[in-house]
Design a protein around this ligand. Structure first.
Ligand code: PGA
Ligand code: ZN
Length: 439
């Protein structure tokens, strides 16, 4: 039907949450339906990700995206004109073929993902459906009757906070909440109390890139202790109501199996870092650990997963880069048991969905995730619901590029509730009685 046919594709430069240029794409269909999306940007990127196209001029620290915008307007737009937006797979294949490189560096992963996401939005707009609802029947989704469990940052470190502490994300997951809305209420209280503890001890220094409090700690472990105190101060039980989740982002401080924890003053090998994290798992209510070891340390990841994988979700981000083949390879070697799904790591929506499907086929969990450089684009929340992904990671509980996502989830929850469907929160995590702190 011609209401689904692409009339025009147009990109422009807009600005992200770090004040850096990024690509926004508009896909307009014959009868006027519009899909719009903005490419996010990582800071602690995996080396296997789709490569962003940045101009490298002196302007904006080399971060401008004039080339990527032109790539959309001059090359992608004429190639997609006349295609049917319901056929996301063919459109994404066309984008990949047009780019012609392994890592999408010619046209730019940022150009491709903005267009690919905008195509999906246009397809939903043509059906007059919100994206989450369109994805269910049309694009590999489920019945869209659950909201993902939020994974919310309280302290932000690593590359997002000038490496003030080594660990990148100290997060919470309200595993005991019985609705999406309640998980946000509990997190709001934990976040507020964490801020108060920091202020009372003279350590409040604003927030890091994703809105978590700036980590003014002497050691990584001090951040963990403070997090437990914040959960308790909020009147909640650590581990039962609210568990801790970490993104170590170890590729940022280690290569070739050698790691340098600047904050703790240690240099360590893979076994020692693993041992330190296993020790944390024993002593703190930790439910999930992302990138515990470097992206090039598959052997270490296998050992770590063997050690704690029954009790803790072990997530591959830089290691798996939203790539179906990598997920399958990791599953064969039993490295990690869950994958982070970041569409701009893959470069197209079809490849992101393929990574998710590979995860499901291998029995891996999945978390749909934003980047540290974000905008008002809330697509990933719709993916979480529409594709039936059970966990959602979008940074902290402040700054509007984060809150726009949490709030979009509330609207979707209300819409689902209004149709009379149940609203269970289902994190696909190990059963809580498998955790020692529950007893
Ligand atoms: P990034 O961080 O967007 O800077 O890569 C997020 C993450 O590591 O999960
Ligand atoms: Zn990560």
């Amino acid at each position: 039907m011609s209401k689904n046919i692409i009339k025009s594709v147009h990109a422009r430069r807009v600005w992200d949450s770090r004040g850096r240029p990024t690509v926004e794409a508009d896909v307009t269909l014959r009868y006027g339906a519009l899909g719009r999306a903005i490419a996010p940007a990582g800071a602690s990127t995996g080396s296997g990700e789709a490569v962003e196209r940045r101009d490298g001029d002196p302007a904006f620290g080399g971060q401008d995206v004039k080339g990527a915008v032109l790539a959309v307007n001059d090359e992608i737009a004429p190639a997609l004109k006349g295609m049917d937006v319901r056929d996301q797979a063919s459109i994404d294949s066309r984008l990949i073929e047009l780019d012609g490189t392994e890592n999408k560096s010619r046209l730019g992963g940022n150009a491709l993902i903005a267009v690919s996401m905008a195509v999906m939005h246009a397809a939903a707009a043509a059906e007059k459906l919100p994206l989450w609802q369109y994805l269910g029947p049309f694009q590999g989704g489920s019945n869209a009757d659950t909201l993902p469990l939020p994974e919310i940052q309280i302290f932000g470190g690593g590359a997002h906070a000038a490496r003030r502490v080594d660990v990148q994300d100290f997060m919470v997951m309200a595993v005991g909440a019985n609705s999406y809305a309640q998980s946000l209420e509990w997190t709001a209280e934990v976040y507020r109390h964490a801020g108060k503890i920091m202020a009372d001890s003279g350590r409040l220094q604003g927030v890091a890139d994703e809105g978590g409090f700036w980590p003014a700690f002497q050691t990584n472990e001090e951040a963990l202790e403070t997090l437990v105190r914040a959960i308790e101060a909020a009147g909640l039980t650590p581990g039962q109501d609210v568990a801790i989740s970490l993104d170590i982002a170890a590729s940022e401080f280690g290569h070739g199996g050698r790691y340098t924890l600047a904050q703790d003053g240690h240099e360590m090998d893979s076994d020692a870092l693993s041992g330190m994290l296993v020790d944390w798992v024993e002593r703190y209510p930790i439910i999930s650990i992302e990138d515990p070891l470097g992206e090039d340390d598959a052997e270490g990841l296998t050992k770590f997963t063997w050690a704690v994988g029954k009790r803790v979700q072990v997530v591959g981000d830089d290691f798996l880069v939203t790539n179906a083949q990598r997920v399958e390879d990791a599953a064969k070697r039993k490295a990690c048991n869950a994958v982070l799904i970041k569409p701009n790591q893959a470069g197209t929506m079809t490849e992101s969905l393929a990574a998710l499907e590979a995860a499901r086929a291998c029995g891996y969990g999945a978390i749909v995730s934003a980047r540290s450089g974000e905008t008002e684009d809330a697509t990933i929340v719709h993916l979480g619901v529409g594709w039936g992904i059970k966990q959602l990671k979008v940074g902290s509980f402040s700054r509007s590029e984060r809150m726009v996502k949490w709030n979009e989830g509330l609207r979707i929850a209300e819409a689902i509730g209004a149709t009379g469907e149940a609203l269970p929160i289902d994190g696909n995590l190990p059963p809580r009685d498998a955790f020692p702190w529950g007893h």
